[in-house]
Every structure is written in C-alpha cells, then in structure tokens.
Design a protein around this ligand. Structure first.
Ligand code: APR
Length: 172
C-alpha cells in the first residue's frame, strides 16, 4: 500500500503524469471536479474531449475511462472516468470498481508513473464516501498497479478523515 497516498487539496493544483476527472458520459464538462479541471485546463481540454469518438452522445460509458491531453494542467494526460450514480445505476459497486480499474489500466498502458485521482462518484453522484473508499483503495492496492505512485486527492478534511480510516484499516 506504500505506493498509495491520501491528501487534502484541489486536484487541479497537483503535478502528476495523469490527473483523473470524474466526468459524465458526454465528456463535455460539468460541475464539481469536472468543472474545476476544465476551468484549469482551458479550452484545449474540451477540444480534446470533443475529439473522442462518441456514439449517441456517449464518449465514455459508465464504468469506463478515456485518456486525453491535459491543456494547461501540470500533467501529461487527463483520464476521464464515469462513475455510477449511487441510487440510479445498477450494481454501483461493480461500476465504481470498473471505473477505477479502467482508469489505472490506462495510466499503466500510457507509461504514467504518477496518477492523481478524486473521489469519483462521491459528489453529485451520491456515492457514500466510506464504501467508495473501500472500493477505490482495493483497486489501487492490486499488484498490477504497484508500479504507479497513486495519490487520492480529497476535497474536504471530513472526506480525507473517512478515507484515511479505511486506508488504515486495510493496512492493518
Ligand atoms: N479537487 C479534488 N476533488 C474535488 C474538486 C477538486 N477541485 N472539486 C470537487 N471535488 C470532489 C468532490 O468534493 C467529491 O468528493 O470530487 C468528488 C467527486 O464529486 P463530483 O465532482 O460531483 O463528481 P461525481 O460525484 O463523480 O459526479 C460526476 O458531476 O460535475 C459533474 O460532469 C460531472 O456529471 C458529472 C458528475
């Protein structure tokens, strides 16, 4: 687990090979961390998202991830993933695991050494923080991701405290 770090802060201020965005299937921006990342990255990021193939308006199905350039952000890539809406989508646990798995697979296949992630689905999409932390940290702890420096960037002290409690439990 020593390749996994938890921190409090704004993910758009971080320096990493890849920064992960909690997007929606259209991948054309939104609120929350999606809005913050697009504001910080500038219009080039939206242009890169528009270049991602879409089918009936969907560029990234729930539980999958797409990688683009990063505009003005201090990173090489943005990996956009779409987590489940906790009360609306079937099997949210499976879909959240899949979102993180696809995300970290893209980071590995694109030669990233470091990746920063937000608490996907824990805002507008209503995923309970503790359950989400258990899923996210279990995926990050898989041996195939041990070559990555993984940073989970929490946006409030309360969220960081919850994730830290789960992390500590997993290390015991
Ligand atoms: N840095 C790090 N984390 C952030 C930031 C930021 N700048 N801004 C928000 N967060 C946190 C939120 O506090 C929450 O814990 O990211 C987590 C995910 O919340 P959302 O951004 O609401 O993402 P999500 O719940 O996955 O909902 C995605 O919201 O913004 C729209 O377009 C997006 O439709 C999509 C939906």
């Amino acid at each position: 687990m020593k390749h996994i770090r938890l921190m409090l802060g704004d993910i758009t201020a971080l320096q990493a090979d890849a920064i992960v965005n909690a997007a929606n299937p259209k991948m054309l921006g939104g609120g929350g961390v999606d809005g913050a990342i697009h504001r910080a990255a500038g219009p080039d990021l939206l242009a890169a998202c528009r270049a991602v193939p879409e089918h009936d308006g969907v560029r990234c199905p729930i539980g999958e991830a797409r990688i683009t350039s990063a505009g003005n952000l201090n990173c090489r890539h943005v990996i956009h993933t779409v987590g489940p809406r906790y009360l609306l989508d079937p099997d949210p646990q499976l879909l959240l695991d899949s979102a993180y798995t696809h995300t970290l697979n893209l980071a590995v296949t694109h030669g990233c050494r470091s990746v920063a992630l937000p608490a996907v689905s824990c805002g507008v999409y209503g995923y309970p923080l503790e359950e989400a932390a258990e899923i996210a940290l279990a995926v990050a702890a898989r041996k195939e991701y041990r070559s990555l420096d993984i940073t989970f960037c929490l946006f409030s002290q309360a969220n960081l405290d919850i994730w830290t409690a789960v992390y500590t439990q997993m290390c015991d």
